[in-house]
Write a protein that binds this ligand. Structure first.
Ligand code: WT7
Length: 654
């Protein structure tokens, strides 16, 4: 079987979903956008930059004279926070809710745009009092509380690039990031609530600041969230509630160059130290704002938008803070875990706030699938009109489940492909236009140039697979890796000339629609055939008893690599002796005999990074009976013990 046949097999059910008429009739973006962008890409982006309020309008669009170091709108000046907050108040929308904050313990806070302006102004004045000036870096290590959003906007307001570090990261990870960015101030909290309990954050900051490289930190600004006991370094530590509330709520935003740095966000490379992805202001905000408007079809007067990502990931930056707020959206911000205090918490929140647009990750959807559809069924989800997915390929089965059990078989789903590096969405359906195909991100957005190429760099024909590349610069692209231009060149621009290689494998189907196949490092080579882990996982999850699957290629004396699958069963399914055989046959039927897993191991959990990506590297270690590699980025390191305790499982023979 060739992989093309396997794709054809996946597609054979021909599930297609046309946009709902009502949505299509009032959609923010029509087919004209593609035409305009195709006619003149730069003109198209210049027009999107007009969505923003500039203090000096740019006359230049793209400066690509020194590729791959792009400058967008370089002679324009703007203040990002003014665009996300003040201008909505000036336009008479001060009373509109910006954030419906829902704390995990059930406490709630509503913040209007007028209140957000006051809070952000006070925080900007507070940072200034701490000596932060334009260009200084500020590390933010906070739970999902309004102060996280306020802190980011306060930094942007005074031109101090922020580096948000996910609150689940260890002291070591925090120290590396503080050191690499040479931060002056760290903004943190005593703790946050997770799984019904206060969970401390400040001790990790204290420990991080004992490590070499972090000496540049002068102040630690601490939000009191949980009220737990906290060690205190006099002269360095300052309570947010002592410093911020006494500041003036007046602060004049200063305009910065469009290429002024907005933030650094670290993404872990496969090896070596984390890469500080640098984003700047004008181009980034243009694309974050446009894509949020276009892909979510946001109607700021009536929609309630909820992106469930943590603020520590790029999704939180672009689709909680900068995209939605620049568009004047009303949002939900939730602090905690989906199963606290019960497994219906998300659906309860949707019911409570009348959420209309939900943006989440496939891993969350599959978790809810596993818990069973009777849980969302207990809540009124009728306010939802649009669903989004991001973070990894969404397998068709999860897509269909999401639409059926969350979207009442009525809402479109937008599967959005992008990366920390791309800053904003790149490939996605448009909800009022695209007839969607479960499992496919489909089409580059207007103004985006992406394609699939082979080893030699030639574009593959429809129906074939290869490497996903971006062929033209885009406004929200990373500008470099902080402090390491060479690594920027080597990592993204060296594999193919003049093209950005994203690291992902992809296929174009017969219509030219793009299907993401996961990281190219994850492709398996079985008896000379390339088989993508994503496809086998999708086939497994399409079996009614399987909720989640992770597939790896383990080295094998006869076939080169043999397919090993780890599966989580659905709530009601039990592990009987025939199950493994049943699943192997099922995959063979879906994809062909070559894709039949050699071993299948039912497990209770899968090893995931904190952003929900499966750590296949560890599963490969298990499948190859090796000592486990680095487990420090796992959400829960006991998962691997559980998995290993199930071994050795006798490999089934053909
Ligand atoms: C990688 C980027 C984008 C924000 C969150 C992750 C994978 C992301 C999709 C999608 C298939 C996807 C890719 C990509 N990915 N979205 N819709 N379909 N794969 O950001 O941590 O920088 O990860 O996530 O492999 O390269 P990130």
């Amino acid at each position: 079987m060739s992989s093309n046949e396997s794709l054809a097999n996946l597609l054979k059910e021909e599930r297609r979903f046309a946009p709902p008429e009502e949505l299509a009739a009032a959609a923010n973006v029509t087919a004209e956008a593609y035409e305009q962008a195709a006619a003149d890409r730069l003109e198209f982006w210049a027009a999107q930059a007009d969505r923003l309020t500039w203090s000096t309008k740019p006359t230049e669009t793209l400066d690509w004279s020194n590729p791959p170091f792009a400058k967008w709108f370089a002679d324009g000046k703007l203040n990002v926070t003014y665009n996300c907050v003040d201008r909505h108040v000036e336009a008479g929308h001060g009373d509109r809710v910006a954030l419906h904050f829902e704390g995990e313990p059930g406490d709630a806070r509503t913040i209007t745009y007028a209140q957000l302006k006051d809070e952000v102004s006070r925080a900007a004045n507070a940072l200034t009092e701490l000596g932060v000036t334009a260009g200084d870096r500020v590390a933010i290590y906070l739970p999902m509380i309004p102060e996280a959003v306020i802190a980011m906007l306060a930094c942007a307001r005074i031109g101090a690039p922020h580096s948000v570090v996910f609150g689940g990261f260890s002291a070591d990870a925090l120290a590396t990031r503080i050191g690499d960015a040479d931060a002056r101030v760290v903004i943190t909290a005593d703790g946050g609530y997770r799984r019904g309990k206060p969970s401390a954050l400040k001790p990790a900051v204290d420990e991080a600041l004992t490590k070499p490289g972090t000496e540049g930190v002068r102040s630690v600004l601490v939000v009191r969230r949980t009220g737990q006991e906290t060690a205190w370094a006099e002269g360095r530590d300052v309570w947010w509630h002592d410093l911020v509330p006494r500041q003036s709520d007046q602060h004049t935003p200063q305009a910065f160059d469009a290429e002024h740095p907005l933030f650094i966000l670290y993404t872990s490379g496969t090896t070596g130290k984390p890469k500080g992805i640098l984003h700047t202001t004008g181009g980034y905000l243009t694309q974050a704002s446009y894509t949020h408007h276009a892909v979510f079809d946001l109607k700021p007067e009536t929609d309630v938008f909820w992106c469930t990502a943590d603020i520590g990931w790029v999704t939180g930056h672009s689709y909680i803070v900068y995209g939605p707020l620049s568009n004047g959206a009303t949002q939900v911000l939730y602090e905690g875990t989906p199963d606290s205090p019960h497994q219906g918490r998300w659906w309860e929140i949707i019911q409570k706030y009348g959420v209309t647009i939900l943006y989440t990750a496939p891993t969350a959807i599959r978790t809810y699938m596993k818990w069973g559809e009777d849980i969302p069924a207990k809540f009124d989800l009728s306010s939802l009109r649009l669903l989004g997915s991001v973070g990894e390929p969404i397998n068709p089965e999860a897509w269909v489940w999401y639409r059926k059990h969350i979207g009442a078989d009525r809402t479109p789903i937008v599967d959005t492909w992008w990366q920390t590096e791309t800053g904003a969405m790149m490939i996605s359906p448009l909800p009022g236009l695209t007839t969607t195909k479960p499992g496919s991100a489909q089409t580059p957005l207007p103004g985006i140039a992406a394609t699939v190429i082979d080893d030699e760099g030639n574009e593959v024909p429809n129906g074939s697979g290869g490497y996903l590349v971006l062929t033209e610069p885009w406004p929200s692209m990373l500008r470099t890796i902080w402090g390491d231009d060479q690594r920027y060149l080597d990592t993204y621009w060296s594999r193919f000339e003049n093209r950005y290689f994203a690291g992902d494998g992809a296929k174009k189907d017969e219509d030219g629609d793009i299907w993401l196949l996961g990281r190219v490092d994850d492709v398996m080579l079985v008896s000379g055939h390339n088989i993508s882990t994503t496809e086998v996982e999708s086939a497994l999850v399409s079996h009614p008893k399987v909720a989640e699957a992770a597939v790896v290629g383990a080295s094998d004396p006869t076939t080169g690599q043999a397919i090993a699958a780890f599966v989580i069963l659905r709530g009601s399914a039990t592990e009987d002796e025939n199950l493994v055989e049943e699943l192997r046959t099922h995959v063979a039927k879906q994809l062909g005999p070559i894709a039949k897993p050699k071993r299948i191991l039912p497990v209770a959990e899968l090893p995931k990074t904190r952003s929900g990506k499966i750590m296949r590297r560890l599963l490969r270690d298990v499948a190859e009976n090796r000592q486990l590699g680095d487990v420090t980025t796992l959400t829960d390191s006991t998962v691997m013990d559980l998995i290993q305790s199930k071994l050795p499982a006798a490999p089934s023979e053909d």
